[in-house]
Design a binder for this molecule. Sequence first.
Ligand code: S3P
Length: 170
Amino acid sequence: MKSRKNLVFIGMMGSGKSSIGSIVSKKLNLNFFDIDQLIENDQKMKISKIFEIKGEDAFRDIEKKITLNILKNKIGVIALGGGAFITRAIKNEILESHLSFWLNWNIDTLVKRIKNSKKRPLAVNSTKNELIKIIKKRSVIYSKALYKIDCENFTKQQIAKKIIDIYEAN
Ligand code: S3P
């Protein structure tokens, strides 16, 4: 392990944080933490159910607690949920102490991928125009990540390689 910093994957729903994060963790021989998965394990409920039963505000509180706990106590590759970096305490911790990678795609690509995704309550409950608005608004915040990784037209393996090259050079 080269550094004591986590590699944190940031970006919209459908940007490949979990799949590319998992590839990178295997290649670097690091532990992989998928925050959405950890939330579901902790709550013994799918994310869509948590939104339905407890609401988004409660989900964000759970997300904040679990994400900060992993960031502060573990070392490895972390795939955040798409909205986590918008929470100030999470963003500040990441920018102060970790390596962050924003997986950036064209808006059209993201909308095509997430529209009608049943496991994503925000996508199900938003129109195409609302999703475009969310992507544009969030991109301003995602852009604060240390590294912006342009993903359009690259394979997952190629994207993983870009990230590993940056990490090795750190
Ligand atoms: C969300 C993204 C989801 C999940 C939840 C809310 C968001 O994670 O945390 O549905 O606000 O963008 P993925 O980005 O892994 O889909």
